[in-house]
Each structure stands twice: as structure tokens, then as C-alpha cells.
Design a protein around this ligand. Sequence first.
Ligand SMILES: Cc1cc2nc3c(=O)[nH]c(=O)nc-3n(C[C@H](O)[C@H](O)[C@H](O)COP(=O)(O)O)c2cc1C
Length: 330
Amino acid sequence: MDLTTRYMGLKLKNPIIVGASPLTATVESIQELEKNGAAAVVLHSIFEEQINHEMHEIDHFLFHGSEDYAEALGYFPEVTLSNLESEHYLDEISKLKKCVNIPIIASLNGVSKGGWIKYATKLEDAGVDALELNITYIPTDIELSSREVESLYLETVDAVLQSVNIPVSIKMNAVFSAPANMAKQFCDLGVKGLVLFDKPVHVDIDLDVLNSLQNIHYSSSKDLSETLRWSAILYKRINASICASTGVKNHEDILKSMMSGADAVEMVSAILENGVEHIQKTLQDLESWMINKEYDSIEQMKGSISLSHTSNPAAYERANYMRVLTDYTH
Ligand SMILES: Cc1cc2nc3c(=O)[nH]c(=O)nc-3n(C[C@H](O)[C@H](O)[C@H](O)COP(=O)(O)O)c2cc1C
């Protein structure tokens, strides 16, 4: 059985990439993931705020001395010149590259066009095989138009693309007015992969303390719906690989993702819930299903139920929406 696939020019032994999370935070845990069948990993993110904070600290130590440094940025861990989080991260990457054989994708998480973008070059120099860019921008300014928000994304992506030669993917947000056109604009700039979609941190209200808060929830297979839709719509219409993300919990979700048009999947919640062995089990289930249905390879099924190939394109469009709602019985 041929489970291999290509993602952003990288040859993967199967479609399972472990997404950015605590699962990919140490060399040891990544070795475990590789041992259990992961085809690639996305490292836990390094954030614009972390990098900027460190740059600010270096600047302060170099030019003002440390005695009067009293700025307490509550949520940052204590950082000293000899213990820079991001420098440590670069060392870990170099070490990691010597210990594992699977491709390593670094994750940069930021918004602005600031100095943090230079960090992309450092990641490339440290030896990562690709870069995943997560731009989570919440446009709270009521005067900011969607066109301006799109420009902000495009300018930041372009600045990152200008600073590296390795393939860059965008972990996309599903909430653009025109996700297909936004995807096209990213690809026109030179983005090589689209991760559909990012799962934003959930907002909630705590009724005991009467305050707002943020939560991370594990996803379920039901969360795969928008990924399937947009993967099916974009298949063969953009010059980039597609990676399905959010709600890929088992082999059936992988099959659906591939058939909608994805080249690979990212998994996080399923592994956090079931342990690293879940990767092995999923690969076995995938292979059994394919043998049973007489598929020889992953390539064979890619895009077979995309918008242009399905016998029921209405399922991905508005056309079916009215029928599904009006035909509903309980
Ligand atoms: C505990 C936890 C930490 C995460 N950390 C990151 C991160 O650092 N960067 C990032 O881009 N996504 C992060 N994510 C999001 C995951 O990479 C992934 O996109 C999301 O969990 C949806 O995939 P899933 O349905 O397989 O869980 C995190 C998710 C979880 C659950």
C-alpha cells in the first residue's frame, strides 16, 4: 500500500502531520511521534510577542543596564540574556534535526510586519524544512475594512516570504469574506501550502467570577466540515498544497480530507486525547480501509470528491442548503 504523499514539495511517508501543540515541544516527544508513524511535525509556535519581548530586553540590557529594569510584563516567563526562549528554541531545532528523519516545520505566530519576521531567517538557518505561518488577527477596530485587513495579512506574508527560501504555508482562518480568493492571493505571493483551518481559541464568560476568559477545547470530527468544503472548492484551483486541519480525529477523517482535495492532514486533539499510539492505529485503520475498497495509493483518492469531481457539487454550495433545511424531519 502506498501511503506516501507530497506536501509543499516535501515527500511524506503518509499524510499524518502532528500539528503545533505541546506534543511537538521537545526533542523527546517528537522522537516518540516519529516512532509511532508521524510523517512530519509542526513545532509549537514561537510568537511575535515573545520575540519582540526578547529584542526589547536585549536592547535594554545593552543600552541601559539591568539595574533599573523594572518593567514587568506579567505573562512572560522570566527571561535573561543567557536564557533567551527563542535562542533556546533555535538550539533545540538544530539538535532535533540530528535526531529525527521526518521533515520539521517551524511555526511562527504573529501579526505585524515588525522585526520578529527576521526570526524566519533564523529558523531557516537552524535547518527547518518549512515554515508554517499563523496570523491570528482579531480586527476589533470598527473602522477597519475587510480590504484593509486582507492587506495586513498579505503584507505580513509577503515580508516573511521575502526573508526565506524554504516553503512557507499559511495556517488560514476560515472567517474571511471570500476565503477562496484570499487563498488565491496568498498563493499568488508564493505561499506553498494552505492549512485549512486554524482553530481559534474559544471565548467564554465565567459566570462565577463574572469575567471573560479564553479556553482551548479539543475538536471533534464534526469540526471538519468547513475544511472539507474549502478543500473541495480549492482543489486544483490554486498553486499550493492543501493540509486539512481541525477535526481530523481518525482514519475516516483522513480519507474524507484526501477525497476533498487535501494532500496531508494535521492532527492534535486526537493524539492529546488518545496518546501517541493513536497515530499507529489510525495508519493501520487507513490501510485496512483502502485494502477493503481496493485502493492502491493515497494519490489515487486525492480530490476524487472535490467540487469539480463530485456527482453532488450542491453539497459544497448554497444550492443544497435550502433543501437540507426544508427536508429536515425529526
Ligand atoms: C493545547 C494546544 C496547544 C496549541 N498550540 C498551538 C500553537 O502553538 N500554534 C498553533 O498554530 N496552533 C496551536 N494549537 C492548535 C493546533 O495546532 C490545531 O490547529 C488545533 O488543535 C486543531 O487541530 P485538531 O482538531 O487536530 O486539534 C494548539 C492546540 C492545542 C489543543
